[in-house]
Write a protein that binds this ligand. Structure first.
Ligand SMILES: C[S@@+](CC[C@H](N)C(=O)[O-])C[C@H]1O[C@@H](n2cnc3c(N)ncnc32)[C@H](O)[C@@H]1O
Length: 193
């Protein structure tokens, strides 16, 4: 199966790797504005089919992207999509947890991680792998752990920024605003519940 995302062609693996939704193009737009024409190091955490990593690399020829996923099938698909779009030299798809396998501090972290509580069953996602959508408790642990990791000066450069997708919105914070972003996530999650 195929899709077009940000005007680029992507191969999909329905049922095995999350199928990207159009709203995620908002994350690419917001992150793209922050990246501009500068050379930057970027991490796409929970890359799935690689749509965010590949779209950013295609539009911003001076960036290098680490595209991380815990699902090995997603990693292989993201790498194949990077090759398909001619950006495989600058998109490194790697398996692992959050920022753990990224070998250098990055300037920009983008992420569309699971955030729905695992007590829910959302019929819009019934064909998706559960661990792409749901997380224990209030669902926010993956984002809480990511924001904590970003606070560690070894993983994100001083002045680095985070762009995350949450309930179809792209939320942004500078490194020094991560506590505020965590509070915003918790408030929005309560409203959505
Ligand atoms: C909602 S999907 C998003 C995929 C893609 N970024 C997109 O927007 O289409 C979430 C992805 O995060 C991955 N994931 C979940 N927890 C993770 C973790 N702790 N570390 C790395 N990847 C994770 C899942 O395997 C899944 O591919």
């Amino acid at each position: 199966m195929e899709t077009t995302f940000y005007d680029l062609p992507f191969t999909l693996a329905p049922g095995r790797v999350f199928t990207p939704r159009p709203a995620t193009q908002g994350v690419v737009r917001v992150a793209g504005k922050l990246i501009g024409d500068e050379p930057k190091l970027v991490a796409d955490v929970g890359t799935g089919s690689g749509v965010i990593a590949v779209s950013l690399a295609a539009r911003h020829p001076r960036i290098e992207v680490w595209a991380v996923d815990q699902n090995p099938e997603a990693v292989a698909l993201a790498q194949a999509n990077a090759r398909r779009n001619g950006v495989a030299e600058r998109v490194h798809a790697i398996e692992g947890d959050l920022l753990e396998p990224v070998p250098v501090p990055v300037d920009v972290v983008v992420a569309n991680l699971p955030y729905l509580p695992d007590s829910l069953h959302d019929p819009r996602y019934s064909n998706e792998p559960g661990d792409a959508i749901y997380a224990p408790g209030d669902g926010l642990d993956p984002y809480r752990r990511l924001l904590n990791a970003c606070r560690d000066g070894k993983l994100v450069t001083p002045g680095g920024v985070v762009v995350i997708q949450f309930h179809r919105e792209a939320l942004t914070a500078n490194c020094w605003e991560l506590e505020d972003l965590r509070t915003r996530l918790e408030e929005k999650q309560e409203v959505a519940a």
